[in-house]
Design a protein around this ligand. Structure first.
Ligand code: GUN
Ligand code: ZN
Length: 438
């Protein structure tokens, strides 16, 4: 048993539904077997462990571990290629790099870089877009397991429209997904996600194979892209003449439900929002990617009003880094730019989008996303680098909402000092430990 004493910020009550930031200046969390078993003033919880160690983190800020609902593992080395729209960026930057993951040795190094980058950014749970190569997906799951990261991922499948080495067949897509899921789904914190890249690169037959694999696995997750870029949307309409819309290309194969997360949805129609809400499918909003590729301004208010759950994704490598603080700030900027059509976001909204909303989108809302009693101790401690604007700003505010605003405006990976997953510490003082639970 360990007691952590800290300033704690979290959002157990959804600010989009009237909740507010929960901020406690001096809060002690009693952690047993990876879970928070008591929470309150030290004097009130000390009886759980009268002699035990109290880890004093009051020089920092304790937040829930961050949740990234859309991030591409094979793209960690291509972050920062600016100036292109989606389809050109895929051709020139992402897809050449993704072909290199045909080599397991190359993929192992990329998986190491990717998982270390997640930890450095304070991301403890992620829905990860995998690789087109099954061996590379094994490398990702193996590396994530070394840290105990809560990773949901799978084999990316396409059978048209991409360079030939990235293509598969419906039969192979089905067989490899089922084989990977049998190795990883439900093992430790790993879960399997059926992952057609996007309908632009998928035939009806490969989407049907995805549905077949999902049925065989039983409770797999599903993820893909939707409505990201105008040229992509137009091509999908041409390729799927009988689908009502882009969302329909997935829905027609029974791929959408509460365990589905679609990235982007920048160009959503009302009819598509109705389908997503009806299926209880979530959307991963990836603001830095949308801005970097010039994809468009995300209609958050229409999603919220339409009852579609939204969380945040970094979309590395079109996104410009792993930090969900940066994504939160970009989401805030984007809503400002939408003026009257935008949804004004407070710091509490940003923390919710980066933690509890993501946990709920990934069906983990009962385990992670905030630091209530009963939740896993997935947490990060921010300790700003001395003398930086964040350090100065946080030392000169007494108001928790203001402090959180400064964190989203100014925090970077360098400020993420300690990281825990399920009570296991995987980064300490900014140094990543690398080995955790089985
Ligand atoms: N659509 C299909 N593949 C990708 C990708 O790798 N990144 C983004 N942003 N959109 C995609
Ligand atoms: Zn993506």
């Amino acid at each position: 048993m360990t007691i952590y004493r800290a300033r704690v910020l979290d959002t157990p009550d959804d600010p989009f539904a009237g909740g507010t930031l929960r901020a406690e200046d001096d809060c002690s969390l009693v952690v047993l077997d990876g879970a928070v078993v008591a929470r309150g003033a030290l004097a009130d919880v000390r009886h759980h462990d009268p002699e035990g160690l109290v880890i004093d983190l009051r020089d920092g800020w304790l937040l829930p571990g961050l949740v990234d609902t859309h991030v591409h593992y094979p793209q960690v080395r291509v972050i920062g290629a600016l100036g292109m729209p989606l389809l050109e960026w895929l051709d020139r930057c992402a897809l050449p790099e993704e072909q290199r993951l045909a080599s397991d040795d190359y993929a192992r190094l990329v998986a190491q870089e990717f998982c270390a980058s997640l930890v450095a950014a304070g991301t403890t749970t992620a829905l990860v877009f995998g690789s087109h190569f099954a061996g590379a997906v094994d490398q990702l799951f193996e590396e994530a397991a070394r840290y105990g990261l809560r990773v949901t991922s799978g084999l990316v499948v396409s059978d048209r429209g991409l360079p030939e080495p990235l293509l598969t067949t419906p039969e192979r897509a089905h067989a490899e997904a089922v084989a990977l899921a049998s190795r990883w789904h439900g093992v430790g914190h790993a879960r399997y996600a059926i992952t057609p890249r996007f309908s632009f690169s998928a035939s009806e037959a490969v989407l049907e194979a995805c549905a077949g694999a999902a049925e065989e696995i039983g409770d797999a997750w599903f993820t893909s892209h939707v409505n990201e870029n105008a040229a992509e949307v137009a091509e999908v309409a041409r390729l799927f003449p009988s689908a009502a819309h882009y969302v329909g290309t997935y829905d027609d194969h029974g791929l959408l439900g509460p365990r589905s997360v679609l990235a982007h949805d920048v160009h959503a129609t009302d009819a598509e929002l109705d389908v997503l809400a009806g299926r209880r499918t979530s959307v991963a909003h990836c603001p830095s990617s949308n801005a970097a590729l010039g994809s468009g301004l995300f209609p958050l208010a229409r999603h919220v009003d339409g009852g579609v759950a939204v969380a945040l994704g970094s979309d590395v490598g079109a996104g410009t880094g792993f930090s969900l603080f940066k994504e939160g700030l970009q989401a805030y900027f984007m809503q400002r730019l939408l003026a009257d059509a935008g949804l004004p976001l407070t710091p509490a909204h940003l923390l919710h989008l980066a933690t509890s909303a993501g946990a709920r989108a990934l069906g983990l809302g009962d385990r992670v996303g905030d630091l209530s009693v009963g939740k896993q101790f997935d947490a990060i401690c921010l300790r700003p680098v001395r003398g930086t604007e964040l350090d100065i700003g946080l030392r000169h505010t007494e108001v928790p909402e203001e402090a959180l605003g400064k964190i989203f405006a100014l925090a970077s990976d360098a400020d993420v000092a300690d990281v825990w997953v399920g009570g296991q510490q995987i980064a300490s003082g900014g140094f990543i430990r690398g080995h955790a639970q089985s």
